[in-house]
Design a protein. Sequence first.
Length: 339
Amino acid sequence: MLKNSSIEARLSRRTALKAVGAAGAAIFAGSALAQQPAPQIPPVKGPRVWLDMDQKEIDDAYDQSVWAPNQPHISKRRGVWSESVRARLKAERVAYGPTEVEKVDIYKTKVPNAPIRVFLHGGAWRSGSARDSAYPAEMFVTAGAHYVAVDFVAVGNADGNLMTMADQVRRAVAWVYKNAASFGGDPNRIYISGHSSGGHLAGVVMVTDWKKDFSLPPDIIKGGVLMSGMYELKPVRLSKRSSYVKFTDEMEQALSTQRHLDKLNAPIIVSYGTLESPEFQRQAREFVAAVKAAGKAVQLIVGEGYNHFEMPETFGNPFGLLGRAALEQMKLVPALPQS
């Protein structure tokens, strides 16, 4: 009887150990499974809106803050940079039109009869200012050029009409041409530049019919640097920017630079950064291809590792990608800051 009890006890212990082992194995397996990454479920894609993009994708494509998480830091950095330049150079602020916003900030070089670089700020057509566009001024002034930053209405204050903005920046350039001598500038050496929505407007300026609309020579612009701009408005119109821009067929046609290359009379430098949205990069590449196909002079500069908001910082650097290119376009060389 004792012998049988011993055997039963051993069997019970063996059974219990097996149960514990099985439970442990189950817990370990469960823990291992818990550590495995959850299977990625692809997002549901909506109807195609433009190329292969659905509505969210095209909205994000035309919102560069989605692609540049450091945007607030860069904007603050450029603001501080502009403030320091304004303190050193003391711009002359002059009206080019009748409304309060229609003014330019002129940063003068000491070189007589100097070339002029005009700059149009970005800001998705909604924000930005000449005041915060001072940062490239020192580079141009020390190299022997005047730098003119233009203020113009925000689209929200223009009832959503980009035509108002385009008219203002064109009139600003016409004013610079007519009044260049008053600040020591050469009217026959005016160059335009712009970034983002300002790049779009700079493109519009470059295909202006100056003779028809302003009774000026057709080639008053001698060159342009278009940074991360938009040159065909059809896809932009399909994006969330249409929530604050009142696009019309007339506006799309008139302000799509790529459709008016017959009026382009000067060489262009076009640029984008490889960390910008693929759609902005595509806009630049296709615009350059169209300019080449039209038999006009164009250069493409690609900023490897730069996002949308970092690219213009190279424009304010005489040895940066765009600063060097802009000075070469004006046939100027970098110089040490003036004392």
